[in-house]
Design a binder for this molecule. Structure first.
Ligand code: NAD
Ligand code: TYD
Length: 360
């Protein structure tokens, strides 16, 4: 039986990962540690609340005492660190919290695990720590060189405060591996999409606005490219790296699915309009707005290493994944309404009001 401690398990990818683990393994213990910021939502985990293999603990990864207590009580074999501030636009407004949570929180977690795992004679037994990093640490690729991709050896060159904080955390993890023989693994994944993603991110925001006939705010010329991966495929990759990856290694994870933002928005319009049989959901809703500062032009992942070493490939074609995602959001309008009420509305006005695409 393996015991997992998952941080940030009430967020988008973390909650999908917790659900994935409990579905994929019978003999498992999963403890979810989450501070429940605006992005954390225990509703995502309602179906496993009563599962004896699962437990939740509200704590902040920056809190050394709380984290040491949960590691001592649960004795996890694996720690998977998802907990982070994750939205680039918020990092441009308020970089400090990104440094504090993403860098300080990660270093704190590394220290807590080291203290709990290191044995007097050396070594850490079978323990493993996996840092959920991102392809954004590599910086940007050019649209003019479509055959160039991020590889694990590509130098880190982050641009946004978000990606700078993730790159810094990523480097700390490698440093703990190199310096202390700490059993670290790192995954660097491309953009995820799927159920439970907070509607500040491109895909759920566009679905939500389309349903409500609100402007669809496309930054700049809409030609920035992201490599989209269905969240379930990312969860499978993380679990595989945790169990079978080589300690100290970095594994890129990506969808082989690069698309311009405008293509994504047009696809969403078409599918939402068809499903709701509503011709008023059309390209006329697209509103080009002021570009994001320092907007990375293109992300593209070479995921050849994880394919060759561990046999991982994305299973969900984009056409299938985007339909599943849209159907999930349409069927969970109540979830969306709850997470978009109150504080989110104020956030939306602040972020988009000055760009000229606030709610009608
Ligand atoms: P998210 O914002 O949906 O969730 C983050 C979770 O972390 C929330 O539940 C929040 O409450 C929790 N959290 C925040 N600060 C915390 C703290 N100090 N202590 C404990 N918990 C805290 O993020 P996500 O999109 O699910 O991303 C999860 C991880 O995956 C992040 O590390 C992100 O950098 C990485 N990542 C995301 C993507 C993507 O496309 N979303 C792609 C690659 C990597
Ligand atoms: P996002 O979902 O924020 O992910 P990331 O910035 O981490 O890649 O944004 C994805 C792309 O969509 C990015 O190029 C910015 C763009 N975008 C818009 O054009 N409009 C929006 O309202 C949002 C949130 C993003």
């Amino acid at each position: 039986m393996k015991r997992y401690l998952v941080t940030g398990g009430a967020g988008f990818i973390g909650s999908n990962f917790v659900l994935h683990l409990l579905r994929a393994h019978d003999d498992v213990r999963v403890v979810n540690v989450d501070a429940l910021t605006y992005a954390g939502n225990l509703e995502n985990l309602r179906e496993v609340e009563g599962d004896p293999r699962y437990a939740f603990c509200q704590a902040d990864i920056r809190d050394a005492e709380a984290m040491a207590a949960v590691v001592a009580a649960e004795e996890p074999d694996y720690v998977v660190n998802f907990a982070a501030e994750s939205h680039v636009d918020r990092s441009i407004e308020d970089p400090g919290i990104f440094e504090s949570t993403n860098v300080g929180g990660t270093v704190n977690l590394l220290n807590v695990c080291r203290a709990a795992w290191e044995r007097p004679g050396g070594g850490v037994g079978e323990h493993r720590y996996l840092q959920v990093s991102t392809d954004e640490v590599y910086g940007t690729l050019s649209l003019d060189e479509p055959d160039t991709f991020f590889r694990e050896t590509t130098p880190l060159s982050a641009h946004s405060p978000y990606s700078a904080s993730k790159a810094s955390a990523d480097l700390f993890c490698r440093a703990y591996g190199d310096t202390f023989d700490f059993p670290v693994l790192i995954t660097r994944c491309s953009n995820n999409y799927g159920p439970y993603q907070f509607p500040e991110k491109l895909i759920p925001l566009m679905i939500h606005n389309a349903v409500h006939h609100e402007p669809l705010p496309v930054y700049g010329d809409g030609l920035n490219v992201r490599d989209w991966l269905y969240v379930e495929d990312h969860c499978a990759a993380i679990d595989l790296v945790l169990r079978k990856g080589r300690i100290g290694e970095v594994y890129n994870v990506g969808g082989h699915n690069e698309r311009a933002n405008l293509d994504i928005v047009e696809t969403i319009i078409r599918l939402v309009s068809e499903r709701l049989d509503d011709p008023e959901i059309n390209d006329g809703l697209i509103t080009f707005v002021e570009d994001r500062k320092g907007h990375d032009r293109r992300y593209g992942i070479d995921a050849g290493k994880i394919a060759a070493e561990l046999g991982w490939e994305p299973k969900t074609p984009f056409e299938e994944g985007i339909e599943k995602t849209i159907d999930w959001y349409l069927a969970h309008a109540d979830w969306v309404e709850r997470v978009t009420s109150g504080a989110y509305k104020a956030y939306y006005e602040e972020m988009y009001g000055h760009r000229g695409a606030a709610r009608a």
